[in-house]
Ligand binder design. Sequence first.
Ligand code: ADP
Ligand code: MG
Length: 172
Amino acid sequence: MNLPDEAASVALAGALVPCLRPGMVVYLDGDLGAGKTTLVRAMLRALGHAGPVKSPTYTLVEVYVVSSIYWYHFDFYRFNVPEEFVDAGLGEYFRSDSVCLVEWPDKAAGFVPAADLVVAFDFAGATGEARRVRLAAASTEGVRCLSDFQSAQAELAANCSASPAVHPSSSS
Ligand code: ADP
Ligand code: MG
């Protein structure tokens, strides 16, 4: 999927967030500046969170409670060894009533719970705002999530292409 500018990333976040359910683990892959935190911020905004959404690079985890669900945003970039995940007691956050959004999951490999969904960002050009993103399901819950996402996208596309047909000038 192509994201020509940041607005496209915000739109993706708005479309994806209704497909997430408590208990899900989402890995966010991609280099520094690829747009992982931007996606999380836009997801929380889409849920109605009005306060700041800062990168958890130093704090490891930021917590948001929206719609009675705990949203945990992790960033393991600064881990020297994956065992730091255990030392920090982070396993407790992965529960059936929380959605865990994880940047740099590879830095906690072997300890961070497996993903249901992987969102992978790439830079689409040498400079500028263009990004490419791939969504991959990694569990049955991930498959359900992507299927919901694709149905919503298809419905949106159908409504858009149907609208000229109901334009008043075409019925006269
Ligand atoms: P990461 O968390 O992956 O390190 P951030 O989301 O913190 O990256 O930063 C991405 C930066 O790129 C932000 O400054 C954002 O404004 C900018 N940006 C430009 N184009 C896009 C895009 N299409 N999607 C997301 N962010 C973009
Ligand atoms: Mg980040």
